[in-house]
Design a binder for this molecule. Structure first.
Ligand SMILES: [Ca+2]
Ligand SMILES: [Ca+2]
Length: 194
């Protein structure tokens, strides 16, 4: 049985067949355009209950996946271009006084809107996770994406709050074949095979 398994390993290693793999990458920063949010690192701490929320009611956007400015990517480095991938964003809103609206968008590093996850609303939004499917150039430029929480404020009163809990990307990619696969049987670590 052991010899059979080794034969398969050698066959795969020498065939050049790419092995499918997957990974999760997370933001490493969040850019608050008008300093209206607090606890921004909670949007990428791998904790689905911790959040950033709004403390100052004025127009502003939180770009999760950027740092310092809108254009500077702030993500873990992907291992490879993806064959498929999904950006997830978890958020909620208590609702706002009628002249203020909250929305959630997917934008790129040029601040262009790629998708609207939550249309602008003054109503309460129950905690939800929405998905954005990576396609085209974003399969190889994954870190150009941002999950954006946006508040548009107008007139008094200013009552409400909104929450961004987490953003992350799950990607599938073809791992390169293990180039040195057969050599692992010649090292000192192969004692168990003798
Ligand atoms: Ca969190
Ligand atoms: Ca208002």
């Amino acid at each position: 049985m052991r010899a059979f398994i080794i034969a398969i390993i050698i066959a795969v290693s020498s065939s050049g067949i790419a092995l499918a793999d997957s990974e999760t990458i997370r933001p490493t920063g969040a850019f608050d355009t008008n300093s209206i949010w607090q606890n921004e690192p909670n949007t990428y701490d791998n904790n689905s209950t911790s959040f950033a929320d709004i403390t100052t009611v004025r127009d502003g956007r939180l770009y999760v996946g950027a740092t310092g400015d809108v254009a500077t990517d702030a993500w873990d480095a992907p291992s490879a271009p993806y064959t498929a991938g999904t950006l997830y964003c978890t958020y909620s809103s208590d609702g706002w006084s009628g002249n203020d609206v909250f929305s959630v968008e997917i934008r790129n590093g040029a601040a262009n809107i790629l998708a609207i996850l939550e249309s602008a609303t003054s109503s309460a939004v129950a905690k939800t996770t929405k998905m954005y499917t990576l396609a085209g150039g974003y399969l190889s430029d994954q870190t150009d994406l941002r999950c954006v929480g946006r508040l548009n404020r107008s007139g008094s009163p200013d009552t409400g709050n909104s929450y961004i809990y987490e953003a992350w990307i799950v990607g599938n990619f073809d791992a390169p074949p293990p180039e040195q696969g057969p050599r692992i049987f010649g090292g000192s670590s192969t004692g168990s095979f003798k």
